[in-house]
Design a protein around this ligand. Sequence first.
Ligand SMILES: Nc1ncnc2c1ncn2[C@@H]1O[C@H](COP(=O)(O)OP(=O)(O)OP(=O)(O)O)[C@@H](O)[C@H]1O
Ligand SMILES: [Mg+2]
Length: 283
Amino acid sequence: MLNNFERVKVLSEALPFIQKFAGRTIVIKYGGSAMQNQVLKNKVIEDILFLSYIGLSPVLVHGGGPIINSWLNRLNIESKFDKGVRVTSLEAMEVVEMVLVGKVNQELVGLINKKKGKAIGLSGKDARLIMASQFFQSSGNFVGKIDSVNVDILKLLIKEGYIPVITSVATSLEGQAYNINADTVAGRIAEALSAEKLILLTDTSGIMRDINNPTTLVKLANSFQVDLLKKQKIISGGMIPKVDCCIQAIRNGVKSAHIIDGRVDHALLLEILTKEGIGSMLI
Ligand SMILES: Nc1ncnc2c1ncn2[C@@H]1O[C@H](COP(=O)(O)OP(=O)(O)OP(=O)(O)O)[C@@H](O)[C@H]1O
Ligand SMILES: [Mg+2]
């Protein structure tokens, strides 16, 4: 337990980071996998509020993989993945939209606002935030590729002190919903906002050489090293869209990209307000 002196010391050590990042946008992707524990979820929400109160502009993008799977299961619709991205039939798309927009998004918005935050929930359909078209040739797969992001609506909300909470359902001009991996959405939003940081909160320590051994955490990796880890199949499944969007975001002007463990208490504050940080940083 810290005594009062130590507590104040810790606080004052955060000052340079607070000064450095005040007024800057931080895009945080909160993965469905790291959303399973209610106590931890509340801590993530508190960290986001804390960041907002000390003058940073957090933008939250969320996934919901396990929750979608459980609803698809209940409805007897099969869940299929290809390179970490969900294969989405029209039937599955309907469920994805209902679960992400109606349940996960509104729950996160409710939790932030319950703690006196100013969260506003958005899907890609709101104000045409995320416009998309079909990614695959086959007509039965409603995975989308992002064509554009309406950054104006986000800037407007951020300027007025709102915390946008964005779900990864996009829309075509005709109003067809498309499913897009939430990491990819977070990356594109971070780019469009020229964010200071893109932080992906997930359910592992970061990129690991051996997924069962946290001491094999890759603390720093560039695009060349990431390509190699992908070729060696060390990076697989849901980690693929993460590293891809981090590398792309950095190429397109985001200052830094991090994959960190959302199961660690106050992972966000550790990453943003301390020198060491945690998890994997992509450069
Ligand atoms: N080299 C690796 N290091 C760490 N995790 C890896 C690696 N390769 C694959 N993974 C897998 O990636 C998973 C994280 O991606 P996943 O898509 O499951 O979670 P998420 O993106 O946080 O949640 P959601 O997709 O619901 O938003 C890990 O749980 C792990 O199984
Ligand atoms: Mg994922």
